[in-house]
Design a protein around this ligand. Structure first.
Ligand code: ATP
Length: 383
């Protein structure tokens, strides 16, 4: 009987959305072998029309047929019952209370909120590239795109329907019961306000309480699994989302993105100050759209110079630890085209100076651990 060997091989099949072996997710309904030695594997998908169905089916077939002596196998696909789905979501949530925020102060995940004063300074482009650069280093990374006015993360990571006649809208996340599975791009788990909007052109006119509920739901109902790093792409400025994130994730560190333009420093500083007021620490400033090296060796400073240094200097006054300027990411055609194509420059053209500058920030973030300060150790003294 090859059933046990087939089961062992199936343990190597990973659900592309949940990122765990299908054997741990109770997705294998059974393995049988008839008198002629033909093997049939039954699998249960989480939901009907699961977008990962074709991939799971072909990976299961490949795994089963890789077992010596199996030859051609058959895969029979069914869908979990409501009870099985419920059991799966409970298993995934583990011992954590249902619908609690897994990124609270006790969490081992490092949370970074990426903010900017003005729009269009490249905050989302930097967030997407940083996430991919961190994932390339083997870290488990997630992004919450909370930029309600410019949810561009799905496009920057290629999570759009680009098929002929496709809508160019964000792909939709799979929902298993009350659990939302974030789509994965370039090894990064992504959830975006854009994934819940049917008309890309629709103006997002949400007010504070609605935004707060959405961010809360992203934190509690999206299954990110164990993340090393969670990045939040906030809308520019000092609005409701920044305040909600400050309340929900007061231990988050903040990355402020600004351009070199000295005039932009004032607004960038204000967005940092809001973060500091909600108890968050500014981890550093990233200057984007810095000087572009020319063929003759000169540097074209389209947006001036000095803005990043200035914002870092001013924000340092508001906290105990000085705020460093982490990087100056130059203007870059490759950075822009990588974003347009959904393949971030750190993957598409890692030798580009903008990719190198972003990689340097990723290297710094990757080596920080959450530390134990302020966290409950889950033990109580014996009296
Ligand atoms: N260093 C750079 N060189 C060239 N183009 C860049 C650079 N950084 C960003 N861009 C381009 O600038 C535009 C704005 O970038 P992006 O959408 O990331 O900004 P943003 O700050 O997130 O904007 P918003 O918050 O208003 O949505 C994009 O077209 C992007 O490709």
């Amino acid at each position: 009987m090859s059933n046990e060997r087939v089961l062992a091989a199936l343990a190597g099949v990973i659900d592309p959305e949940i990122r765990k072996p299908i054997t741990d997710l109770d997705m294998v309904a059974g393995v049988s072998e008839d008198a002629a030695g033909h093997v049939t594997v039954g699998i249960r998908l989480t939901i009907a029309g699961c977008p990962a169905a074709t991939r799971i089916e072909s990976d299961v077939l490949k795994a089963a047929e890789s077992v010596a002596g199996v030859g051609n196998a058959t895969v029979e696909v069914s869908v979990m019952t409501r009870e099985q789905r419920q059991a799966l979501t409970e298993k995934l949530r583990g011992d954590k209370a249902v619908r609690s925020n897994p990124f609270g102060p006790a969490s081992l995940t490092r949370v970074y909120a990426v903010t900017s004063g003005k729009g269009g300074v490249g905050k989302s482009t930097i967030t997407a590239n940083l996430a991919v650069a961190l994932a390339k280093r083997g870290l488990a990374v997630g992004i919450i795109d909370a930029d309600v006015y410019g949810f561009s993360i799905p496009g920057l990571l290629g999570l759009v329907d680009t098929s002929e006649g496709g809508s160019r809208l964000s792909v939709k996340p799979t929902q298993v019961g009350d659990m939302i599975l974030p789509p994965v791009a370039h090894d990064v788990k992504v959830i975006s306000i854009g994934m819940f909007i049917d008309d890309a052109a629709a103006a997002v006119a949400w007010r504070g309480p609605m935004l707060h509920r959405t961010i809360t739901q992203f934190l509690t109902d999206v299954y990110f699994g164990d993340l090393d790093i969670l990045l939040l792409d906030l809308p520019p400025g000092t609005g409701d989302v920044a305040i909600s994130v400050g309340q929900l994730l007061p231990h988050a560190d903040v990355l402020v993105v600004t351009t070199p333009q000295p005039a932009a420093a004032d607004v960038a500083e204000r967005s940092g100050i809001v973060a500091q007021q909600t108890g968050q620490t500014i981890y550093g400033v990233i200057e984007n759209m810095s000087g572009l090296a020319q063929a003759d060796g000169s540097v074209l400073e389209l947006f001036g110079s000095g803005g990043g240094e200035e914002v870092a200097r001013r924000l340092s006054a508001g906290q105990d630890t000085p705020v460093p300027l982490l990087a100056q990411v130059p203007l870059s055609v490759a950075l822009r085209t990588g974003g347009d194509a959904g393949t971030p420059v750190v993957l598409a053209d890692p030798a580009d100076p903008a990719a190198i500058a972003i990689e340097a920030v990723a290297a710094q973030l990757a080596t920080r651990s959450r530390g134990l300060a302020g966290r409950s150790l889950g033990i109580s003294p014996r009296l």
